[in-house]
Ligand binder design. Structure first.
Ligand SMILES: Cc1cc2nc3c(=O)[nH]c(=O)nc-3n(C[C@H](O)[C@H](O)[C@H](O)COP(=O)(O)O)c2cc1C
Length: 560
């Protein structure tokens, strides 16, 4: 029954619900557990067309506001979604919670006042399951301003509305959530959310605990040869000269091999994950920018005022900012994932930047971010980063993995003078001499000379590859991270697309070593995911062409 319960918005019949059926459903709701046995719920059964029209208008207003708040890639998808069935169902039920019920000394609620609405939510679940058993569909609508709802329904002001439910008979219950069927979201596997003894020690009952990194690496597979072959075949049959789409043909074949289907899904919606961290090496004077700028720019990303925001708006992508190691404190803000492993690294020119455990923890932040963004329905991930002094770290990483001398891979970052540049090269050289990093031990390299945002990008790449989702790389930091990821799991590169070539010299060395050809080459040297964002429409176009371009046979065009 639990597996077959569904949230229903479509396909309601208009036939009324017999009183005895509705009574059984409400009785089931009323047997729910509750804090201190306070039974804080009330059920308001609404049948009036007029009240339902009023509620429908309120929900419509919220729907429009929500649609406006979405990135374009998401808004397109949302337009097709039905999110309520207020007018299509014979009965609507409002479930409330009375936070004062049971008096002052309600057992259990004294420590956690939220237990009252939680109890009412359990009543909703009972109602939902009982309705399913009766063949009744239930659709939960939360597109309301809660206080506006209380007023519109004439409810006592001290009540909280927990749920607004649309109930009616349906002919069938879909096997999967409607949001999943629409590609809006994916189901998270149980193994992601069960922890043994301590948080992070994931294990299903009866299984040995596994660490996230090894599990992720173990699930990375090469491109699917069959889908790849189909893609090349299809390219040949599309109404254009063979090879005329150049690099885009390679990209669309890669997307097919990655997704195991041809044509591949269009990588939309997409999200750019901007990992932010600070660097102890800043103390060596490798940049004229004060360290606080990292924190300030994160606030700018969240406020929507940075270049990445403008580009993300243009290409319809979501901006997700992750504090994996900013030195300053960041207030909780929508769009910010607080995942600080530590407040900045230590100075890599005098000792290890971080411990091995911290490097792994930062990689895991990246893996978790990939999981979250993909489960939330994103079909492409873009790398972004912010961290004053992080091009010094990128140069050091690139030098280790490419074997190219620090003088050739250390660039001018945000635009430094000759003197600072010479110092920067010297700092990188000193760090490499001090640590003698071994490229065969990529985690050790990250710990010695890496950055928290670099490690997190490594995780994003590994996570994206394990979920068979394309990852568009931004600039030099992403290039450095891709070298580390490749050393951990060579097949991870099969998910990577080089978004652009940055003006940083190290980036060329990294891309050459990785064998990746960048899509955009505009002398950008900003970071923040800007180059990857510009490349996104190219990647999407490559996939779309596979879907929409006719073949010679279907269009009746003569081949040469
Ligand atoms: C607290 C809560 C609020 C919800 N609000 C809405 C809503 O406003 N509109 C909607 O279409 N679905 C809403 N849903 C339904 C979810 O989208 C649905 O439960 C989810 O996609 C999983 O699908 P399933 O219930 O069929 O398994 C809500 C569900 C819950 C639990």
């Amino acid at each position: 029954m639990m597996r077959e319960r569904r949230d229903i918005r479509k396909g309601f019949r208009t036939d009324p619900i017999p009183h005895e059926v509705l009574l059984r459903v409400l009785e089931a709701a009323h047997t729910a557990p509750s804090v201190g046995h306070s039974q804080p719920w009330d059920f308001v059964v609404i049948r009036s067309a007029e009240t339902r029209r009023t509620m429908h208008e309120l929900a419509q207003k919220q729907r429009e506001a929500y649609a406006k708040s979405l990135p374009k890639g998401r808004a397109k998808q949302f337009k097709e979604l039905k999110i309520e069935a207020i007018l299509d169902t014979p009965v609507n039920i409002v479930v409330t919670a009375d936070p004062t019920r049971g008096g002052r000394h309600t057992l259990g609620r004294h420590t956690q006042p939220q237990m009252a609405p939680y109890s009412s939510a359990l009543a909703v679940e009972n109602l939902w399951l009982a309705a399913r058993a009766e063949g009744l569909g239930v659709g939960w609508v939360s597109f309301f301003d809660e206080r506006e709802m209380v007023r519109a329904l004439g409810l006592p002001e001290h009540l909280e509305v927990v749920a607004y439910l649309c109930v009616g008979y349906v002919d069938e219950f879909p096997e999967e959530p409607e949001l999943m069927q629409a590609g809006w979201s994916q189901r998270r596997p149980l193994a992601w959310v069960v922890h043994e003894e301590t948080y992070g020690r994931r294990a299903l009952p009866g299984e040995a605990p596994h660490d996230l990194l090894s599990e992720t690496v173990a699930s990375i597979r090469p491109l699917d040869a069959k889908a790849l072959g189909e893609a090349w075949e299809r390219q040949k049959r599309m109404t254009k000269p063979a090879g005329a789409l150049g690099m885009l043909e390679i990209i669309s074949a890669q997307l097919s091999g990655l997704s195991r289907v041809c044509p591949p899904p269009i990588p939309e919606p997409a999200a750019v994950a901007i990992f932010a961290g600070d660097h102890g090496v800043h103390a060596q004077g490798v940049t004229p920018w004060p360290q606080e700028v990292t924190t300030q720019m994160v606030a700018n990303f969240l406020g929507g005022g940075a270049v990445c925001n403008a580009f993300a708006n243009q290409v319809g992508a979501e901006v997700c900012v992750i504090d994996v190691g900013v030195a300053g404190d960041l207030p909780a803000t929508p769009g910010l994932l607080p995942r600080k492993v530590r407040p900045g690294t230590d100075d890599l020119s005098v000792g290890p930047a971080m411990s091995r455990e911290e490097a792994i923890a930062a990689i895991e932040v990246g893996i978790e971010t990939a999981r979250d963004l993909v489960a939330a329905g994103n079909k492409a991930l873009l790398t972004g980063e912010m961290g004053i002094a992080n091009t010094t770290v990128s140069a050091a990483l690139i030098s280790v993995f490419t074997g190219v001398d620090p003088a050739e891979v250390t660039g001018r970052g945000t635009g430094i003078n000759d003197e600072t540049h010479a110092r920067k090269v010297e700092v990188v050289r000193r760090a490499l001499e001090l640590h003698q990093p071994d490229p065969a031990d990529p985690i050790g390299v990250l710990a010695a000379i890496g950055g928290l945002e670099h490690a997190a990008i490594v995780g994003l790449l590994l996570g994206g590859a394990s979920l068979r989702t394309p990852v568009i790389l931004d600039g030099v930091s992403a290039g450095a991270a891709a070298l580390v990821a490749r050393a951990i799991a060579p097949e991870a590169l099969s998910a990577c697309i080089a978004g652009h070539r940055s003006a940083e010299p190290g980036h060329v060395a990294a891309l050459n070593k990785l064998g990746l050809r960048p899509l955009v080459d505009l002398d950008l040297r900003l970071g923040e995911g800007t180059g990857a964002l510009l490349a996104l429409p190219l990647v999407q176009s490559a996939a779309r062409a596979m879907h929409e371009v006719a073949t010679f046979d279907s269009a009746g065009v003569t081949e040469k």
